[in-house]
Every structure is written in C-alpha cells, then in structure tokens.
Design a protein around this ligand. Structure first.
Ligand code: B12
Ligand code: SF4
Length: 440
C-alpha cells in the first residue's frame, strides 16, 4: 500500500519544518514488519505537488493522513487520485478522522474507509480480516456508514517498531516519539491517544537514536512527545544513554516538571531547545484553561532553562474565553518580558473535541456563536478565521498577534532573529496582512 501526507500545491505558509512524518513512519514500519510492502509519499517533507504524487501511485490501496484544517486539501487529493485511478480505495486516518469518524465518512464520499485512533494494528487487520470484525474501522455498507467499536490502545507501545525511513530521501532532521498520550486536559487541546501516558522503554528510545545517528547522522532530532519531561526515572535513563551519542535534539516540556538538575542533564545529553506552553499572561485565564501551571512556575522554569544554556520557545494563545484587550496585552507583556529565544503567538482555534469548540458552538465564554458548518480550512492556527469574541473581533485579534511579534523582536533587540523570522515566515505574514487589509 502507499501512505500519503498532504501538502498544498500553493502553500499559504511555507515554514513548517521539513522532516518525514512520524505517523506514516510508524504505520509503514508496522506493515513492513508484517510483510506488507508499504511506500510513503510524504508531500510535506519532499514538497511534492499533486502531479508528482499521481506519477508515483502504483497501489490500489492508499492511506492518507491529515489534520482538521487540511480536510478540503485531502478531499482534493483523494478526488484527483480517483479520477486517474478509479479502482483505488482510499483510507483516511489521523487527528480529524479520530475526532469525527462517522461524520467524516458521511461528509466526504472520496474516502472509502476511515481508521480512527491508533492506526497500526487496525491497518494491518484491514489486509487480513473481514471489515465488519475490525475494531477502529469505519466503512460504508449499502445504505449507511458503519462505525466499528473503538480499538483498545496498546498498553505496551514498544510493540510498534520505530520508523526506519527506508525509501525516503535522507533528511537533516527526524522526529521521534518516546511516549504517547498526555495526562492533562487543557481546554483548547485536541485529545490525542490517551490521558494515561504510555511510555516506550528507555532502551528502545536509545536504540532508535543510535539507528538514526548511524544511518542518517541528522543535524537535529525533534522529540515530539506532548510532554517529554514527565516520568523522571525513565527520563534519567534515557538521558544517560544519550550523553555518549552526542546528538542535538529538542523537546516539549512543562514548566512544572523541570528543575535545574534535570535541565543541566538534558543539556549535557544534547538538548539545545525546549518548548513550553505558557498560553496566557493572565493568571485567571491561565487557571481556567486547565493547563495546571502558574505564572510563577513559568518565570522559574524560564530562568532555570536559561541558566542551563538551553534555548526556550514559548507558546501563547490569544482569544481565550472572556479574553479582553487588557488580558491579551498582559499576555504580550508577559511573553516579551520573559525574553525567550522564540515566542509563538497563535489565535485560539476551536478544534474538534475541545472544550473551546463546545463553548464556541453555544456562543459561551464570550465567543460569537460559531457556525457548525464552518469549512474545516478555517481551523488553521495561524491563518484561519474561525473564532472571535463579542468584545474582541478577529481583526483586533490579528492586530494583537502582529503587535506581539513586533514587540517581541524589537523590545528584546533581536534584530537578526527578527529578520530571520520575518524572512522564513514571509508567505504567512503576507497572508495575515492581506487578511487584515481585506477586513478594513
Ligand atoms: C508532529 C506534529 C506536527 C508536525 C508534523 C505533522 C504532520 N502530520 O505533518 C508539524 C510541526 C508540521 C505540525 C504542525 C501543525 N500541527 Co501538529 N502535531 C504534531 C503532534 C505533536 C504529533 C503527531 C504525531 O506524529 N504523533 C505520533 C504518531 C505516531 O501518532 P499520530 O500522529 O496520532 O498517528 C497515529 C493515529 O492518528 C493514526 N493515523 C494517523 N494518520 C493516519 C493515516 C492512516 C491512513 C491511518 C490508517 C492511520 C493514521 O495512526 C498513527 C499511529 O498510531 C500532534 C500532537 C500529538 N500528540 O499527536 C500535533 C497535532 C496533530 N497538530 C495539530 C495542529 C493543530 C497543528 C498545526 C495546525 C498548528 C500547530 N500545532 O502549530 C500545525 C499545522 C501545520 C500545517 N499547516 O500543515 C493538532 C491537530 C488537531 C486536529 N484536529 O487536526 C494536534 C493533534 C495537536 C493538538 N493536540 O492540538 N504538527
Ligand atoms: S496542551 Fe500540552 S499539556 Fe495541555 S493537554 Fe495538550 S498536550 Fe497536554
């Protein structure tokens, strides 16, 4: 079979990191281990156009992954493949398919099957069992969409072989996952995998890092876990194993799970950057977001991370429930004042299965009522136009977002970093400015 990660022919933003897509790596490696030949067509990593994809299609079963805002893009890709190869069966999976299994197959005729939740075993069974007996599969019978019962998540994720990336061009960057799931419940975040975190063994993680070093010698590894810094004991063993490898890697952490001892050890083990979600500079909003952290913990973690010599990327959101210009400015002031290496500021997106979406659909939390039929491509974190508040319209939110970036780079005298940021995000920035002008 072939597995596709989509990318638009005319990107509205071009800055997403280029590295092979982990979900497709896992799926393909699992099938290969079961002797089912699989090929990855990673449009985002290889920056392929649809015409290139059509040239590569050589299987009549195609799997495609995608996030919510990519659904119209996925539909177009599926439609075009089917026009040229009418007998192809297309299976959709990924975060949107998992959030809305039945609705997605009802809404889009282009997809023949849908796999929700963890995909490896379900996809394998697709080739080996009757479709009505496969947990986690959705299909059409003559009159309706049938949703088979959910597949229980694997308890031991070491059973999934890590991606080996054969058949793809060599990359200077790879992403690895050492765990699946997140125990927290932020009101804006899409629940992926499980609240009970499943950890890979430290040995398997070191084995993957060693494999990547020996076979690809990448400049950088991204540890993609939702929160790499939980489960200290396992972390310590992983860090010990990473020290001799001398690889450069970055990870996501939580400000309430780090201390100086850990950060120094991470640095020694090759960590060059940590990303923390701070979300808001207003204490009440932060508390109501369900993130479970305080501003004091943020200040402390930022200071310790700087002391350990690790770069810091901080993520903020504008447009929380009951956000006002005053609270949004508090967020900007807080972020600018912390002076991290990078400050990412997104506008709230009402992603499927989040508390924010529930509120917005009902017009609660100070939000203008969100139309339930709003096209999915509006749910793009940086360039969408899904959400606004009664007292804070979209245009003002976008102006505040632009202000945040300008103030961050100018007030912290980051002239070189600022120039690099504006150059690498040029397409996105022109789109944001275009949106602002159109809304005048
Ligand atoms: C890595 C990552 C990225 C990478 C690469 C993503 C890619 N697919 O190309 C980058 C940095 C590019 C990225 C960007 C964004 N991301 Co992102 N990202 C992730 C992250 C952290 C990990 C995904 C991952 O690889 N997991 C590991 C693999 C093994 O698990 P998996 O992806 O869930 O895949 C399993 C199943 O879903 C299923 N499956 C998946 N695909 C398929 C396909 C088939 C055919 C089948 C059968 C099964 C199947 O099987 C897999 C194995 O079990 C997730 C959060 C998370 N923890 O999942 C967010 C997440 C996917 N991202 C999200 C978002 C919103 C974004 C952004 C829009 C905004 C942002 N975060 O800044 C941008 C958009 C980029 C763009 N314009 O296209 C949301 C998506 C929400 C939604 N409903 O769509 C998530 C869920 C984060 C969250 N909790 O809110 N992201
Ligand atoms: S934002 Fe981070 S901490 Fe919160 S639920 Fe999502 S992954 Fe977990």
């Amino acid at each position: 079979m072939q597995l596709i990660n989509p990318f638009p022919d005319k990107p509205t933003q071009h800055y997403w990191d280029r590295y092979p897509t982990p979900s497709l790596g896992y799926l393909s490696q699992f099938l290969e281990s079961k002797k089912i030949p699989t090929q990855i067509i990673d449009m985002r990593f290889e920056r392929l156009k649809l015409v290139n994809v059509l040239e590569r299609i050589n299987s009549n079963v195609i799997g495609i992954t995608g996030m919510t805002h990519q659904l119209p893009l996925l539909q177009n890709i599926a439609q075009t493949i089917k026009q040229k190869y009418p007998s192809t069966k297309i299976i959709i999976g990924g975060s949107h398919a998992t959030a809305y299994p039945k609705e997605t197959l009802e809404q889009y005729n282009e997809f023949d099957y849908l796999i929700y939740g963890e995909g490896e075993q379900t996809l394998f069974e697709f080739f080996t069992k009757d479709i009505d007996s496969i947990d986690g599969l959705v299909y059409r019978d003559s009159s309706s969409v049938v949703v088979n019962k959910p597949r229980a998540l694997a308890n031991d994720i070491d059973i999934f072989p890590f991606p080996k990336w054969q058949g793809l061009p060599k990359s200077s960057k790879y992403s690895i996952f050492t765990s699946r799931g997140c125990p927290y419940q932020c009101n804006f975040c899409v629940p992926t995998h499980d609240k009970k975190v499943k950890f890979r063994s430290a040995e398997s993680v070191i084995e993957e890092m060693t494999y990547l070093k020996e076979n690809y010698n990448p400049k950088e590894i991204e540890i993609g876990d939702d929160t790499f810094t939980i489960n200290r004991k396992r972390l310590d063993t992983i860090l010990e194993g990473l020290i001799p490898l001398k690889m450069k890697w970055k990870a996501r952490g939580r400000v309430d799970t780090v201390d100086y001892e850990l950060l120094s050890k991470m640095k020694k083990a090759g960590c060059f950057a940590i990303e923390y979600g701070v979300e808001s500079g207003n204490s009440e909003i932060l508390e109501n977001s369900g993130k479970g952290i305080t501003k004091e913990q943020v200040i402390n973690a930022v200071a310790l991370t700087k002391k350990a010599g690790i770069h810091i990327n901080l993520n903020f959101i504008l447009g929380h429930p009951y956000e006002t210009i005053t609270t949004a400015k508090e967020t900007i002031d807080f972020g600018v004042g912390l002076n991290p290496t990078r400050m990412n500021v997104g506008i709230m997106v009402p992603y499927p299965q989040t508390k924010i979406r529930e509120m917005a659909l009902k017009g609660e939390g100070g939000y203008k009522k969100l139309p339930s039929d709003l096209s999915w491509d509006n749910l793009d974190k940086y360039l969408g136009s899904g959400l606004e508040l009664e007292n804070l319209d979209r245009k003002t939110l976008e102006k505040l977002q632009v202000e945040a970036y300008i103030r961050f780079y100018s007030q912290n005298f980051k002239v070189i970093e600022g120039s690099k940021f504006f150059l690498s995000h040029a397409i996105g920035i022109f789109n944001v400015i275009g949106n602002l002008l159109r809304r005048r």
